[in-house]
Design a protein around this ligand. Sequence first.
Ligand code: SF4
Length: 161
Amino acid sequence: MANNKLIVGWFSFTCSEDSTILFTELLNDNFDKWRNLVEFRYLKALKTKNYIKNLDVSFIEGAISSESQANEAKKIRENSKVVVAIGSCACTGMPSASRNSLGSDEINEKMKWYMSHFNYNQKVQKLPDVIKVDDMVNSCPMDKDTFIEILEKYLKIFNVV
Ligand code: SF4
């Protein structure tokens, strides 16, 4: 028997949020179809009331660069049946993790100020370093055809279509 809707969350950590922009562009063409198939339970780009609870699939964009981000990612994992890493920063760490390769002499005062005031970790991590990831949509920004394939795959797995 088909479920009503796939319950989805969309999250962004350290990143330029270009995949979020791409996703909202995809909504221009797909919203009428997806609104009947998908409940967007967490999607700050579009809604003010958002919940991290009983999510079927969470899409996570961006690398992890602080303890609070790691804790938030773990909370999403605990409340999601499936987690999909979105974009190169989440899948591989790069380009957000570029500062990992800088020598101590290359970290200037401004960078030190940011790192201490925002409690950033010494090293930026890719999402699979912090939580279990079930699927990936790589590329910078995400490959939109792969994203649609993965969304359609989980619509079937969760018996929505
Ligand atoms: S993968 Fe590229 S587009 Fe996506 S957040 Fe990182 S830098 Fe931005």
